[in-house]
Design a protein around this ligand. Structure first.
Ligand code: PCD
Length: 793
């Protein structure tokens, strides 16, 4: 159950786009079990692939004996890294210009790494045969603690890289070090805090998998795969495997959640392709839950030191941070290549400050690769956690109310577009009304009174605030690309003779409801009802090129493309209408769905009339081709910067240290809203994610590098029982550069909620003198904190 309070609060008089809160077009099929996922694909003669994974974190491979497995019933092929190496396919590029083993040849570098695969007649025979492969490992010391990765004498993980002598991955810095030092030197108050954003996993409901079908006769490869970026994957397969791009078709059917987990190319996809080429049959690979948790893209794993400088009366002057980033065994971060730390540069948050500086060192460890943007526009989650936590530490130091401290330091509306001290240009924002609305919905003053009374009785109640600004919609091609592919998005719109339409997108939905919202965007621009607009996506043979769905970029980039392609069609429709009504184009007026003659609303033609004319017999105006369609490739001029104010209320049981989130108020501003119902769903999901990260989730390892979060019994994710009834509200500050003023929203709640929850828990623990405790705030962590024994994970 949810409280839908949004519509009772002000929305700057802005109506949602098109048909607003319409039900999702995709729901009839999802609710009736008619979704079609990769694992539903069944092809005649299809074989099944299973992957043998390393049981240890770091070891030299001495030998692999596959002979018994090969003789096992139903087995069609057993392939090792050595066999792939002969084809030059043992290694593949990662999205961050590193390389990753498809199948290990020399060493294994994390527990769960791919070592060999079996192709067999069914899934069970393939799994059984894995047991018959005999691998001899020469076990090496692993590097598990990122803090020790650069110590002299630490075992060298990446000896495959020429000349590599240590586990250093990269250094990165941003901001002005000297200016920041100067500001810190003259500040009245400086507060510093060590913070860990633990390794977590996106854990989508559907794991990763693929069906590869290579046709040796026409040379065509068809690949159904769980990818958030079908076009980008196709191009990379073409480059890596040397297959001609037009002979590769990547199809992403329905996807059961992505959350950044399905952005990278995983060895399993490549193995399925190789297996189909080798056997001449279609081959399915579907990983199980443990494989997904131990080997696919993790997120976060940042060890941070945050410092904040301010005047005694609470003016924030500067923010400085030092980050140690654990990238695992291969740098598999998925971010625009020029941003090795993603968009961490927005760590100055929503505040108008004088100087900022960040220095980051990234290291290799014997853990799974990743660093994916789990519900986060490339490391923004880490940045927002850092700034919102240290602002609370500062409030504590100053004895100031955390809401008041934030209100005092917000970037003011007249300062937008605002260039941050690390060079990001926030497009628009109006922070104070958003914050005030959240406080009003929460009954903030009343909550503080309640807390005071409870404290007097020894009860532990906490109120936590987080205010965030995100950077979503990557990105302008002048500075953003992934492995050389610019981040623009294509869109194509065709209106059929009967006035129904099909819009083809380059982005891919994993459950966000694009079939609904993109129809709404086009409907708003061209006046054809959304029910008459079919949205096609997820098939590279049938949609225009674009870089895919992540970093909440679909609405900012592809949504803009959809609006503009519809306007292009409307422009052509206007010319055709002028011919039909025998007036000049300038004498026509557009009302949604029809053109009429100025001053004569009775004389009009509908978009459906025009569509028929465009395809029909008879002359069209001079120089106008038949048909009613257009195509576009949209290159955004900037990112969009949604913001939000979150307030969390927690109660802690003093006897068990169990935290329960009693209330959560989320006010989001994502500019013009397309479908408020979908937005609320996105926010509810993201807030639930936040409860998971703040209180439950962590991918941990023992000192040998065994993953301790390899099942959902150990890696806890929240259910409806752990979360409250969400209270959502909104303000609307349109993006000035987006054609309909929309900003992204899909990840906002995941980004903004963890600091709100942690701030609330720390606030509840104030009577114990606690200033910080690291996530996940499990009962044992909270218990330790209450006893003054908080320690980093
Ligand atoms: N919207 C509206 N309005 C506005 C905005 C938005 O309405 N203003 C809506 C749209 O349209 C869509 C949604 O909402 O439908 C979302 O959007 P966006 O923000 O644009 O986003 P996108 O791109 O679409 O998506 C993506 C995201 C992400 S990124 C993530 S993580 C997550 C989210 O999304 N994931 C997911 N959400 C979701 N949901 C679901 N269901 N599932 C999933 O998986 Mo990453 O980077 O990947 O990590």
């Amino acid at each position: 159950t949810t409280h839908e309070r949004a519509d009772t609060f002000h929305d700057n008089d802005q109506k949602p786009v098109g048909y607003g809160r319409m039900l999702r077009k995709e729901d009839p099929r999802f609710l009736r079990g008619r979704g079609r996922y990769v694992d539903d694909v069944q092809l005649p003669g299809m074989l099944h692939l299973a992957i043998l994974r390393s049981p240890v974190a770091h070891a030299r491979i001495v030998s692999i004996d596959t002979s018994v497995a090969e003789a096992s019933p139903g087995v069609r092929a057993v392939v090792t890294g050595a066999a792939l190496a002969q084809q030059g396919l043992a290694w593949m590029p990662t999205l961050s210009n590193d390389v990753q083993a498809v199948l290990a040849t020399d060493k294994v570098r994390f527990q769960g790494q791919e070592v060999a695969f079996v192709v067999a007649d069914d899934r069970y025979l393939a799994r059984d045969a894995l047991e018959l492969i005999d691998v001899e490992y020469d076990v090496l010391d692993p590097v598990i603690d990122a803090r020790r990765a650069l110590e002299p004498g630490a075992p060298l993980i990446r000896d495959d890289l020429d000349g590599k002598t240590n586990n250093h991955c990269f250094d990165w810095e941003t901001g002005d070090e000297a200016a920041t030092e100067e500001v810190f030197a003259r500040a009245d108050v400086v507060v510093s805090q060590d913070l860990v954003y633990p390794r977590v996993h996106p854990a989508p409901m559907e794991t990763c998998g693929a069906v590869a079908d290579y046709d040796a006769v026409d040379g065509k490869l068809r690949l159904w795969s769980t990818t958030q970026a079908p076009h980008a994957h196709r191009t990379l397969y073409a480059i890596v495997a040397g297959l001609p791009e037009h002979k590769i078709q990547v199809i992403s059917p329905d996807i059961g959640g992505g959350f950044g987990n399905k952005v990278p190319i995983y060895p399993g996809y490549v193995c399925a392709i190789v297996a189909s080429i080798v056997t001449g049959k279609p081959v399915k690979w579907m990983e199980d839950r443990s494989e997904n948790l131990i080997s696919t893209g993790f997120a976060r794993d940042y060890i941070m030191r945050g410092e904040i400088a301010a005047t005694r009366d609470g003016r924030i002057l500067g923010i400085r941070t030092n980050v140690l980033a654990d990238h695992g065994a291969f740098n598999g971060t998925a971010a625009p290549v020029r941003y090795p730390a993603g968009f961490f540069g927005v760590f100055t948050g929503s505040y108008d400050i004088e100087a900022a500086y960040c220095k980051m060192t990234a290291v290799y460890t014997n853990k799974a690769p990743g660093g994916v943007a789990y519900a986060c526009s490339f490391r923004i989650t880490e940045a927002v956690y850092l700034v919102e936590r240290i602002v609370d530490c500062l409030a504590d130091e100053l004895g100031m109310d955390p809401a008041e401290l934030r209100l005092k330091n917000f970037i003011r509306p007249e300062q937008f577009p605002y260039t941050t001290k690390t060079g990001w240009v926030y497009d628009s924002g109006n922070y104070e009304p958003t914050m005030r609305l959240a406080m009003e919905m929460a009954g903030y003053d009343e909550l503080r009174r309640e807390q005071e009374e409870k404290r007097a009785r020894g009860e532990l109640m906490g109120i936590g605030i987080a205010f965030f600004t995100e950077a979503v919609g990557a990105g302008p091609r002048k500075n953003m690309d992934i492995l050389g592919l610019g981040m623009a998005d294509g869109c194509e719109l065709r209106v059929h003779p009967t006035g129904k339409a099909v819009v083809r997108l380059s982005v891919q939905s994993q459950g966000q409801g694009h079939e609904t919202t993109f129809a709404q965007i086009v409907a708003e621009e061209i006046g054809i009802p959304p029910a008459d607009i079919e949205v096609l996506h997820g098939d590279t043979d049938n949609t225009p090129f674009g870089l895919g769905t992540y970093g909440s970029r679909s609405t900012p980039v592809s949504g803009a493309a959809a609006a503009l392609v519809a306007r292009k069609v409307r422009d052509k429709a206007r010319i055709i209408a002028s011919g039909m009504l025998e007036v000049s184009v300038a004498d026509l007026e557009w009302e949604k769905g029809a053109f009429h003659v100025k001053g004569d609303p009775g004389t009009s033609v509908t978009i459906q009339d025009i569509a028929l004319r465009a395809h029909g017999a008879g002359d069209l105006p001079e120089g106008i081709e038949g048909g009613l369609e257009a195509q576009i490739c949209y290159n955004p001029s900037n990112l969009t910067y949604p913001h939000g104010a979150y307030i969390c209320v927690v109660d802690i049981d003093p006897g068990t240290a169990q935290v329960s989130v009693r209330r959560f108020i989320a006010v989001d501003d994502c500019g013009t809203r397309i479908n408020p119902m979908i937005i609320e769903g996105q926010v509810h999901g993201g807030l639930t994610d936040g409860v998971g990260m703040a209180l439950m989730e962590m991918i941990a390892f023992d000192e040998d590098g065994n993953c301790l979060g390899a099942s959902l019994m150990d890696y806890l994710i929240p259910t409806s029982l752990e979360v409250p009834d969400w209270e959502t509200g909104f303000t609307v500050t349109p993006s000035p550069h987006h054609p309909i003023g929309a900003k992204g929203v899909g990840e906002s709640a995941t980004v903004g909620s963890p600091p709100a929850i942690v701030n609330a828990v720390v606030d509840a623990l104030k009577p114990f003198g606690v200033r910080h405790a690291d996530m996940p705030l499990t009962p044992s962590r909270v218990w330790d904190a209450m006893r003054g024994q908080a320690r980093p994970p």
